[in-house]
Design a protein around this ligand. Structure first.
Ligand SMILES: [Zn+2]
Length: 72
C-alpha cells in the first residue's frame, strides 16, 4: 500500500495583508493547519515548505510568489 503525501489546496490571492509569524516581514503565504493559521514571508515559507505542505489543508499564496511547497 502506498501512502501519498497530501498536498494543500492552493489559492492565489492578489495580496496578503498578514505578517510573517517568524520575522514580521510581509507575508507571501498563509497556510491553514490542523492547529490554526500561520503566515510566512517568502524566505520562511520556502524554508518551512517541507514541513508545512504535508500538514496544510489550504494554502493562500500571493500572486507572483512561487512557493516551494507547491508540487510541480
Ligand atoms: Zn519571515
Amino acid at each position: 500500500m502506498t501512502t501519498l503525501m497530501s498536498t494543500p489546496e492552493i489559492v492565489t490571492v492578489d495580496e496578503l495583508t498578514e505578517r510573517c509569524d517568524s520575522c514580521g516581514a510581509a507575508a507571501k503565504l498563509e497556510v491553514t493547519l490542523p492547529t490554526g493559521t500561520l503566515a510566512f514571508c517568502g524566505h520562511h515559507a520556502n524554508r518551512n515548505a517541507g514541513k508545512l505542505a504535508p500538514l496544510a489543508t489550504l494554502a493562500r499564496v500571493e500572486k507572483g510568489f512561487e512557493w516551494a511547497g507547491i508540487a510541480q
